[in-house]
Design a protein around this ligand. Structure first.
Ligand SMILES: Cc1cc2nc3c(=O)[nH]c(=O)nc-3n(C[C@H](O)[C@H](O)[C@H](O)COP(=O)(O)OP(=O)(O)OC[C@H]3O[C@@H](n4cnc5c(N)ncnc54)[C@H](O)[C@@H]3O)c2cc1C
Length: 375
């Protein structure tokens, strides 16, 4: 075998797997290779909001995320037709990063800690080889005892596990409002507006602050989970209408789209010699939060890999159970149930009852049961 471990993808999930390997199984790090199709710093479509759970994980790796330029969001507002609740945590509710900077910092730190990173190398296929897997790339084939699929929502590695590329994917549209169109007001607020549920969307529109060339800008977009097979709405006019209410002409901006693969406990997360992490495995269905969970999967995968090499046993039979029983897995299951409940209610009257009258209960549930899983 050319390597002990090949990690496909150098986003948060792949970098986290490598960083945790370097920490918990340093003997494996020099024999681990990350293959990345792009070149850091590479663009990644994302709101860039990372909750404190991501920070907790990075702190345990001895990394200080404040090294990376970001905007601090003091208050996260959740609302339906103007009313709901907000969460204000100390010192911040969440931080918003440009993903190119965050991801290159993560990948570079993994490289500094002894893991090899080969960029501009696209993985085409992963197939069984004697005692491991062969990873076919646009530059040739290499082999490893174990492969980690950290290649995002459209994972190629996932095909070798589940026979399918995606499934369970949410649709997202996003655009940036440049600094010159951004007012200085409410720059420390992030807004999740669920009014679009009334228009058949299983999700919300967001409005986050962000940094663009060191200046404050806004990141706007729409998340549609697609958990229920209702008629598929065209997201553009719905987002455009929501933006018009804020005085923005969406036609003036460039729209981008990318899916998120969401967590389902019934899914497959591993196969002999293969583990899936991050979007390739499935992240939060309720808000589409993926960065902290990608980091969390990396920690679980590194422990799984360490045990596999210690026992020379690569079935990864127990990985799914370890995910489901972990604090992260428990929270993912709760978030899935919340998403199923919230996005399953089509009646605007019942949504109003939840957001206007029972908002204190929702706030309590979110603060008590859905965050701080990585503390
Ligand atoms: C529009 C949008 C907004 C979002 N906003 C937020 C947010 O505000 N907060 C939040 O927490 N989450 C957000 N998410 C989700 C978050 O972006 C993902 O969950 C997260 O990036 C998952 O990390 P990952 O490492 O699993 O995958 P990715 O970040 O997608 O990284 C995968 C890596 O693999 C590489 N790769 C892919 N295919 C191959 C291949 N065949 N060969 C080699 N390399 C490959 C890619 O280039 C990439 O570097 C958003 C997602 C979208 C689409």
């Amino acid at each position: 075998m050319d390597y002990d471990i090949i990690i496909v993808g150098a986003g948060p999930a792949g970098a986290s797997t490598a960083l945790h390997l370097a920490q918990t199984a340093p003997e494996l790090a020099p024999r681990t290779l990350i293959l990345e199709k792009a070149h850091h710093p590479r663009p990644k479509l994302c709101g860039g909001g990372m909750l404190q759970d991501g920070e907790f994980i990075l702190q345990r790796l001895g990394m200080d995320v404040s090294e990376v330029p970001h905007v601090e969001v003091k208050e996260a507002h959740f609302r339906f037709e103007g009313r709901g609740f907000f969460i204000a945590r100390q010192p911040v509710s969440f931080r918003v990063f440009s993903r190119d900077l965050l991801d290159s910092w993560l990948a570079e730190t993994a490289r500094q800690r002894g893991v090899q990173l080969l960029e501009d190398t696209r993985v085409l296929k992963v197939v069984p080889a004697d005692g491991g897997m062969a990873v076919e790339t646009n530059k040739g084939t290499c082999t490893a005892r174990a492969v980690v699929g950290a290649d995002g929502a459209l994972s190629v590695v996932r095909r070798a596990v589940a026979g399918t590329r995606s499934g369970h994917t949410a649709r997202l549209l996003e655009f940036y409002v440049p600094p010159e169109h951004t007012s200085a007001e409410q720059q420390d607020r992030g807004i999740f507006d669920y009014k679009v549920i009334g228009q058949g969307i299983q999700g919300y529109v967001w409005d986050f602050p962000m940094l663009s060339g060191g200046r404050l800008a806004r990141n706007r977009g729409i998340f549609d989970l697609r958990m229920y097979h209702t008629p598929q709405q065209d997201l553009r006019p719905i987002l455009s209408q929501a933006m018009a209410q804020d005085g923005l002409k969406m036609e003036a901006y460039t729209l981008h789209s990318h899916p998120i693969r969401w967590f389902d406990p019934a899914d497959s997360f591993a196969a002999p010699h293969i583990l899936l992490v991050g979007d390739a495995a499935g992240v939060d269905p309720s808000y589409g939060e993926g960065i902290s969970f990608a980091l969390g999967y990396g920690e679980l995968a590194a422990h799984e890999l360490k045990a596999a090499f210690a026992h020379n046993e690569f079935s990864f039979d127990g990985y799914k159970e370890h995910i489901l029983k972990s604090r992260m897995g428990v929270v993912l299951k709760r978030r899935r149930r919340l998403a199923a409940m919230l996005y399953g209610i089509r009646s605007s009257n019942i949504q109003r009852l939840i957001w206007w009258r029972l908002n204190f209960l929702l706030k309590w549930y979110v603060e008590t049961f859905l965050i701080d899983w990585a503390k």
